[in-house]
Design a protein around this ligand. Structure first.
Ligand code: ADP
Ligand code: MG
Length: 238
């Protein structure tokens, strides 16, 4: 499960309306990319879904239930932070186990989930290392592992690869796409990178100044951009 619906969701910071009321539907299992220039509201929209920001008005439903007032921990979603959010003094195993330990999950179940996440992310041989002994790509995989073990209804990524060098970014992009195929779980992925959007998304949401300019598959946006902004941003010839 991982169906997310935004109904007339609006966000103001003080008097400034950063996101005018918008509607958005995300289907279970979809890979959705929020794309747009810096400052257009991508992170704010993701944080509203995660519950890290309160909506100024509107409703957020997760799997049909009103989640607007739920704290982040009760939404069943997992935010994947950049790899530097790992605990440097803890092993990979302990980093991945951390959310389960906080939830006081039985050790056997913790271990089962760690093994399963490590297998999915090719980290089995690295569980006893510390983050400082890993490559950038491996560290990013650990950060994802820490989200996987919570078995969330959806994964939320906010520019997870922006710290990595160009070559590594390409590899990680493919790994995240592969992981999506394996898990078949909803993923919402924020980026300002058109190439990431076009290569990873089932559905792209193009944002400009907090407004959704267009929603569609990469091919739909490429073939039929609704306006000049979408066309130039997506790199369509139109
Ligand atoms: P993006 O992730 O697309 O770069 P953000 O969602 O971070 O954009 O920001 C959208 C707008 O909201 C920007 O104008 C930013 O300055 C503003 N903003 C974001 N967070 C806050 C905040 N906590 N207080 C005030 N303004 C904010
Ligand atoms: Mg941002």
């Amino acid at each position: 499960m991982g169906r997310i619906q935004l109904k007339q969701v609006q966000k103001k910071f003080g008097d400034v309306e950063v996101i005018p009321p918008l509607d958005l539907e995300i289907e279970d299992g979809e890979f959705v990319v929020f794309v747009g220039p810096s400052g257009c509201g991508k992170s704010t929209l993701l944080r509203l879904i995660a519950g890290l920001e309160d909506t100024s008005s509107g409703i957020i439903e997760i799997d049909g239930a009103d989640a607007t007032a739920l704290p982040p921990a009760r939404r069943g979603l997992a935010m994947v932070f950049q790899s530097y959010a790992l605990y440097p003094h803890m092993s990979v195993r302990k980093n991945i186990a951390f959310p389960m330990k906080m939830a006081k999950m039985p050790i056997e179940e913790q271990n089962r989930r760690i093994e399963s996440a490590a297998k999915a992310l090719n980290l089995t041989d690295y569980l006893d290392r510390r983050p400082g002994q890993l490559s950038g790509g491996q560290r990013q995989r650990v950060a994802i592992g820490r989200a996987i073990v919570r078995e969330p209804a959806a994964f939320l990524f906010d520019e997870p690869l922006s710290n990595l060098d160009a070559a590594l970014r390409v590899g990680m992009r493919m790994e995240i796409s592969e992981l999506h195929k394996k898990l078949e779980t909803t993923m919402i992925y924020v980026t300002h990178d058109q190439v990431e959007a076009m290569t990873m998304a089932d559905k792209i949401v193009v944002l400009q100044a907090g407004v959704i300019e267009q929603v569609g598959s990469p091919l739909e946006l490429y073939r039929a951009p609704r306006n000049k902004f979408v066309a130039s941003f997506i790199g369509s010839p139109k």
